[in-house]
Design a protein around this ligand. Structure first.
Ligand code: VAH
Length: 323
């Protein structure tokens, strides 16, 4: 959705996060740096401050959020600020405060100021042990056993309520585990699939915190960004769901990913030492039915496992040499 004098600027919360970083860059490339306000509670890197307006924002501070939305005449919000699954299990109260307190503030400020459209991601973490693990349906049992998952299900229902009750146009995707080269892994269970690339390049050895046979749905960042923007551009009259679209792209086990990397780096060795994150991963599905996303807004993944590994190794090697 292109900002105009009528629709106002775009606000990204959590702009220093794994998805926020690359989503901000993509939005600025598309709409012009000045039209995308990047915010986070973390210190902003030059990559963000040099290319457009940035502000420190704690999304749990409703007054600060309201003042910023008014100051920058925000018309569209990509609300990406969140505490992820592993950190959420270590700090469940913080996860609730940020993930739900922050979302509630965004929804309330959006209603108060007339924000045109909101993007807020859900996650496969919304599924739990009773959810069918193969071809998980769009409509299914949502009984997560992690605080992160509880905040994702609550966020989906809160978004649907504000859509029905106040007419807010809120959209979102149940992201699989996201793999990317631009930000270090941070607090997620699927982050083994990011950390493994850093160690393959740096040391040639990686100790994986999930079992070799752990299969999870994953997606590469370029496909993640493309899906996010495609959903936000979609014709609202075609959408039958709000902030809870299933999305499928890659599915592999930790061992299959290690083998794919080893084809390219023959000396790479992995050992498996599951920790508390194994119990989180065991509650999540293996494959996802994303027929609703394909039917309602034309979703089609582009990266397969080999193409993702090639691109990740190329980009991360270059970045680690640079930094
Ligand atoms: C996490 N990367 O591991 C996130 C994701 C599907 C999990 O939401 O917590």
């Amino acid at each position: 959705m292109t900002p105009t004098p009528d629709t106002g600027r775009i606000l990204v919360t959590g702009a220093c996060g794994q998805i926020g970083t690359e989503l901000t860059a993509a939005l600025r490339a598309r709409h012009g740096g000045e039209n995308v306000v990047a915010t986070d509670v973390a210190p902003m890197p030059r990559a963000l401050t040099d290319c457009g307006p940035t502000e420190r924002l704690d999304v749990t501070d409703r007054d600060a959020l309201l003042a910023l939305v008014r100051k920058h005449r925000i018309g569209v919000i990509y609300h990406m600020a969140a505490i992820l699954s592993a950190t959420g299990e270590e700090k469940p109260r913080l996860a609730w405060a940020v993930n739900i307190g922050g979302l509630y503030n965004v929804l309330e400020v959006a209603v108060e100021t007339g924000v045109e459209r909101i993007y807020h991601p859900s996650s496969i973490a919304a599924f739990g042990p009773e959810t069918p693990k193969d071809m998980t349906p769009q409509e299914t049992v949502l009984r997560p056993t992690t605080m992160y998952g509880v905040t994702k299900v609550t966020g989906e229902m809160l978004g649907a309520y504000y859509h029905r009750r106040f007419g807010l146009d809120i959209r979102g995707i149940r992201y699989p585990g996201v793999i990317s080269s631009e930000t270090p892994p941070g607090g997620g269970t699927t982050d083994y699939a990011v950390a493994i690339f850093y160690e393959a390049i740096r040391s040639g050895r990686y100790t994986c915190f999930v079992r070799e046979d752990t299969v999870l749905p994953m997606i590469y960042m370029p496909d993640t960004i493309r899906a996010t923007l495609q959903l936000m551009d979609a014709d609202a009259s075609k959408l039958r769901h709000a902030a809870e679209y299933n999305l499928a792209s890659l599915t592999f086990s930790a061992g299959e990913l290690a083998a794919e990397i080893k084809k390219r780096l023959p000396h790479f060795e992995v050992e498996y030492k599951p920790d508390f994150r194994q119990q989180i991963a065991d509650t999540w599905p293996k494959t996802i039915d994303d027929s609703a996303a394909r039917a309602e807004w034309g979703w089609q993944p582009q990266y397969n496992l080999g193409a993702m590994v090639d691109d990740m190794l190329e980009k991360l090697t270059a970045r680690l040499r640079r930094d």
